[in-house]
Design a protein around this ligand. Structure first.
Ligand code: NAP
Length: 486
């Protein structure tokens, strides 16, 4: 009998404890999988592997296509990049599918009020500030670039609607901040409604993310499937985890076309690591998502039934529950789930992974370029210079006016996004980095890159340039934001 092999990374902190607990349950249920445990995690980064995994581990995951993953640690404010984010991005797992569902036996404010929760959240998984592209523009100014792309947004939305259709969902809601970030969140929202047109049976609506956060707490039943950009999705996922009892109950799947990674929403919880007290439920439900993905539905159902029975019996780990007589450690909790497995029901479950779920390596296009239809017109209107300067806005304007050629003009100067020249308030506090916008004059055709570089060379004689951004018009539409107050 052929069993599919999947890659397993136990992770850091509580990772090995909860992974061992989950594998013990999968093995007891007779799940027809084999596990290739790979070298991946913080310790491998510290041994010099910059992606947090050995070359052999990377090759194994790329060959097997499925990774069941424990949480991995990332230091705050300094040090290594997140191994979790590297893995999601490197293998293009564009949709982070997270499920937040009331579990009988887990006491929450909502369960006590008789309000069942069943929310599926899709978090775009590659883009946004998670590009992690950050620079100190001056000693005082840190910049993070936030990329939202049309192909990336379309991928996440397409997955969301396909999933919603399969699930029989009636409504999909897009959360966003397009009232403020008109181009980035605006593009995400535009793509949402573009994809929604192909799913007329599903009601599509949108909501500003801060309002969404409030409504999720006040009226969680208003939401069925939610799709969000990466950071907003990350934050609201933890909010949703809170609705169903905490991070111990929030599973996730990172879905890509070639590789999919199944892991709990929570992290390595270093405060409780090594104590064998962590709750393995989130990783266990993530493993059930993986079994369903592999068409091993019967095992997923059997294991979830056993988990539900265990919770209903009142057994709990230390992060939830109130009966001290039924408080179990991680290993004991897994054993209680195993005890509730109905092995007779599982006996007739399929013993092989359905061929349709195994991806074909023949289809892989190296560094596949995702590009949408080109615009009818693309013109350069000018350039934004980001410069380091402690002079007043009008002194800076005079420096620019001395070098700007006759076909171009200084449009405005802003500081931290607020216009300070030619209009503005003397009460606007400034930092040592301005944006100076220079555009072609009315009637002058599109500016060339040569003209912009020549202007840059002239500006550099006056002030230190930190960075430059081309000002584009696509299809005759200004494709850059105005300054606050412009
Ligand atoms: P966290 O690891 O999710 O833990 C936050 C708190 O939630 C813990 O202190 C613990 O609370 C509780 N908790 C989480 N998982 C639990 C479980 N299975 N059982 C019981 N309680 C659990 O978040 P963090 O402390 O912000 O992050 C720690 C590290 O994990 C960081 O390095 C972060 O970068 C990383 N991280 C990794 C992933 C990932 O691998 N996908 C995801 C998120 C964070 P108590 O204080 O009540 O014990």
């Amino acid at each position: 009998m052929h069993h599919k092999t999947i890659a397993v990374a136990k992770g850091d902190g509580i990772g090995p404890e909860i992974m061992d607990a989950v594998l013990s349950i999968l093995n007891a249920a007779g799940v027809p999988l084999e596990y290739h445990v790979i070298e991946m995690g913080k310790s491998w980064y510290e041994k010099g592997f910059s992606s947090g995994m050995t070359e052999e581990a990377k090759a194994t995951i790329e060959e097997l296509g499925i990774l069941l993953k424990g949480p991995m640690e990332t230091p705050k404010g300094k040090g290594m990049k997140s191994i979790n984010v590297t893995a999601r991005k490197m293998w293009s797992t564009y949709a982070n599918h997270r499920v937040f569902k009331t579990l009988n036996g887990v006491d929450t404010v909502f369960s006590r009020a008789g309000i069942p929760i069943d929310i599926t959240l899709i978090r775009e998984n590659i883009e946004d500030t998670y590009g992690g592209i950050e620079h100190m523009l001056t000693n005082d100014v840190a910049l993070c670039r936030r990329f939202i792309t049309r192909p990336g947004s379309l991928q996440a939305h397409r997955y969301t609607f396909e999933m919603a259709r399969k699930k029989g969902a009636k409504k999909v809601t897009c959360g966003h901040k397009a009232n403020i970030m008109k181009l980035t969140d605006g593009l995400f929202l535009e793509c949402f409604y573009e994809v929604a047109k192909d799913y007329p049976e599903i009601q599509a609506n949108d909501i500003i993310v801060d309002d969404l956060a409030m409504k999720l707490v006040v009226r969680p039943n208003d939401f069925e499937v939610i799709v969000l950009t990466n950071l907003q999705g990350d934050i609201l996922s933890d909010l949703c985890a809170g609705l169903v009892g905490g991070l111990g109950f929030a599973p996730s799947a990172n879905i890509g076309d070639n590789i999919s990674i199944f892991e709990a929403v929570h992290g390595s919880a270093p405060d409780i690591a090594g104590k064998n007290i962590a709750n393995p439920t989130a990783l266990l439900i993530s493993s059930c998502m993986m079994l369903r993905f592999l068409s091993l539905e019967a095992y997923a159902n059997g294991i979830e039934n056993a988990l539900h029975a265990t919770l209903m019996q009142g057994y709990h780990t230390s992060d939830f529950g109130s009966d001290p007589a039924k408080k179990l450690n991680t290993t004991e909790f897994a054993a209680a789930v195993v005890k509730n497995l109905d092995l007779t029901a599982l006996k007739n479950a399929p013993r092989e992974v359905a061929a349709t779920t195994v991806r074909s390596t023949a289809e892989i296009i190296p560094n596949h370029m995702m590009v949408s239809a080109p615009p009818a017109t693309a013109e350069v209107n000018g350039v934004d210079f980001f410069v380091e300067c402690t002079e007043s806005p009008s002194a800076l304007a005079a420096r620019f006016d001395s070098v700007i050629p006759s076909e171009m003009e200084l449009i405005m100067i802003s500081n931290r996004g607020t216009q300070v020249y030619p209009h503005g308030s003397v009460l606007t506090e400034c930092i040592n980095q301005y944006r100076v916008r220079v555009e072609r004059k009315a009637g002058v055709p599109s500016v060339s890159s040569d003209q912009i570089f020549a202007l840059g060379a002239a500006v550099a004689t006056q002030v230190k340039i930190c960075s430059m951004e081309w000002l584009m018009s696509y299809n005759g539409q200004r494709s850059y934001s105005l300054a606050q107050g412009q």
